[in-house]
Design a protein around this ligand. Structure first.
Ligand SMILES: Cc1ncc(COP(=O)(O)O)c(C=O)c1O
Length: 374
C-alpha cells in the first residue's frame, strides 16, 4: 500500500545481482495470521520445529532477573556463555562462538571462509539457509545428488567438491528430510574433506533429539578433524527459538576468524542468560527428548496407517510423502487450524514436514488429515 504522504520517487538503488536473484526465505505461517485469515480461535503450528513444551522454566526465571539490567550492553565477548558451553562439552572457551541463532553462524562462516568465485556444497534438499546465505554473499552454491530415498551420499558430495570448494554443509539429522548420515560415513566425509582442505560445517541443530548412538559429539570429532565447524542451537530442544541464540564449536584456529567477523553485541543479554540457565536444566532436556521420541513414533505410525510414506527421523519432526499435491492438503489443513510445512520452496511437491507436537496437537493434526485425505 503506497503511503499517501509520499510523492512517488524512483530510488536508483545499485543492488547486487545476487540480492536481486535471491528467493526470499519462506518461514512457517504465523499462528495469529492464520487465525485472522481463516476466522479461527484455535490454531496449532507444527511448521517450524519449535519445542511444543515451551522454554525451560529455569531459562525463563533467569530472564526475569536479567530484565532489570536491560539498559546495559551485554559483555561483547560472551565469556559467561562460552565458559558454560565449554565446561559442558569439555572444550576450551576459545573453541566456542555464539550467534543470534545458528543461522547467524552459517552466514558468518560463509562470509569468513568463502570469497566470490569459490563455492560451497551441500547435499540436495538440505536446510535452505546454506543456499540463501551463500547466494547473498555472491558465492556459488552446489548440491550433491542423493541416493534413493533421500539418503545422503558421501561419494556424491566428494565428487562435487573441486579446487574452489571451501565449505561443505551437512545437517545431521537433515532438515527437511530428517535423514541421518551414519557415524562411519560422517567420518569418511570429514577425512575426505580434510585431505582436500575443505571445512565441514556439521549442523547439529537436532542432535540432542537423536536417540541413535550414531551421532558422535563435536568434542570427539574435533580430536580427529581440525576442519570441523559444528553448529548447535538453543532454538530446538531448549525451547528458546524466540531468543535467537546458537553456537559454533571448532578448533581455536578456525573459531578466532569467525569471532573476528562477529558483530560485538550480536546476541542480547537476556538470550545469553536464558541459554546459560537452559544448559543447566538437564531434567527439562530429558523430559522433552523422551516426550518427543514417544510422540514421534506414535505420529509416524498413525500417518503410515493413513497410507502415507513416513521417512525415519531422529529429530523433532517427520518428513512425509502425502502422495498428492501437498499445497492443496496444506490449504485444507489451514482451514482446520493446523499449520504444517509444505516444501515447494525445496522443489518438493508431494512431501511435507510436520513438527512433532504435544499429544493433543498431534491428535488434532491426525483428525484434520483424516478429513482432508478422504
Ligand atoms: C538444520 C538447521 N540448522 C540451523 C537452523 C537455524 O536455527 P537457529 O537460527 O534458530 O539457531 C535450523 C532451524 O530450523 C535448522 O533446521
Amino acid at each position: 500500500m503506497p503511503n499517501a504522504k509520499y510523492v512517488p520517487f524512483d530510488l536508483k538503488l545499485d543492488l547486487s545481482e545476487h540480492l536481486k536473484k535471491l528467493k526470499p526465505y519462506v518461514s512457517g505461517k504465523p499462528i495469529e495470521q492464520t487465525k485472522r485469515e481463516f476466522g479461527l480461535s484455535e490454531v496449532i503450528k507444527l511448521a517450524s520445529n519449535e519445542n511444543p513444551t515451551g522454554a525451560s522454566p529455569r531459562a525463563l526465571e533467569a530472564v526475569r532477573k536479567t530484565l532489570e539490567q536491560s539498559h546495559l550492553y551485554p559483555d561483547a565477548s560472551y565469556q559467561s556463555l562460552k565458559n558454560a558451553i565449554a565446561k559442558k562439552r569439555m572444550l576450551d572457551p576459545n573453541q566456542v562462538v555464539v550467534g543470534a541463532g545458528s543461522n547467524e553462524i552459517i552466514d558468518l562462516a560463509i562470509r569468513v571462509l568463502l570469497h566470490p568465485g569459490q563455492n560451497c556444497v551441500a547435499p540436495a534438499y538440505s536446510f535452505i539457509a546454506y543456499q540463501l546465505c551463500a547466494e547473498l554473499n555472491g558465492v556459488e552454491f552446489r548440491t550433491a545428488k542423493l541416493d534413493a530415498d533421500f539418503a545422503i551420499s558421501v561419494d556424491q558430495i566428494l565428487a562435487v567438491v573441486d579446487a574452489n570448494t571451501r565449505v561443505v554443509f551437512l545437517a545431521n539429522p537433515n532438515n527437511p528430510t530428517g535423514i541421518t548420515l551414519e557415524a562411519k560415513e560422517l567420518r569418511r566425509l570429514a577425512s575426505g574433506l580434510l585431505k582436500k582442505n575443505v571445512i565441514l560445517c556439521l549442523d547439529y541443530a537436532y542432535w540432542e533429539f537423536a536417540d541413535s548412538k550414531d551421532f558422535p559429539a563435536a568434542e570427539d570429532l574435533l580430536v580427529d578433524y581440525p576442519n570441523l565447524l559444528v553448529l548447535h542451537t538453543f532454538s530446538k530442544i531448549y525451547g528458546l527459538a524466540g531468543f535467537r541464540v546458537g553456537y559454533g564449536l571448532g578448533r581455536p584456529e578456525l573459531i578466532q576468524w569467525i569471532e573476528r567477523a562477529r558483530q560485538p553485541f550480536n546476541v542480547s543479554s537476556i538470550a545469553i542468560e536464558a541459554a546459560i540457565a537452559a544448559l543447566e536444566d538437564q531434567a527439562f532436556l530429558i523430559r522433552v527428548k523422551e516426550q518427543n521420541a514417544k510422540e514421534r513414533e506414535r505420529l509416524a505410525m498413525a500417518l503410515s496407517r493413513l497410507g502415507l510414506r513416513v521417512y525415519g527421523s531422529n529429530a523433532n519432526f517427520v518428513f512425509v510423502d502425502l502422495h498428492r499435491d501437498a499445497e492443496q492438503v496444506n490449504s485444507e489443513l489451514l482451514k482446520r487450524g493446523v499449520i504444517i510445512r509444505p516444501l515447494l520452496n525445496y522443489g518438493l511437491k508431494t512431501q511435507v514436514r510436520v513438527t512433532v507436537g504435544l499429544p493433543q496437537e498431534n491428535d488434532k493434526l491426525l483428525k484434520a488429515l483424516k478429513e482432508v485425505l478422504v
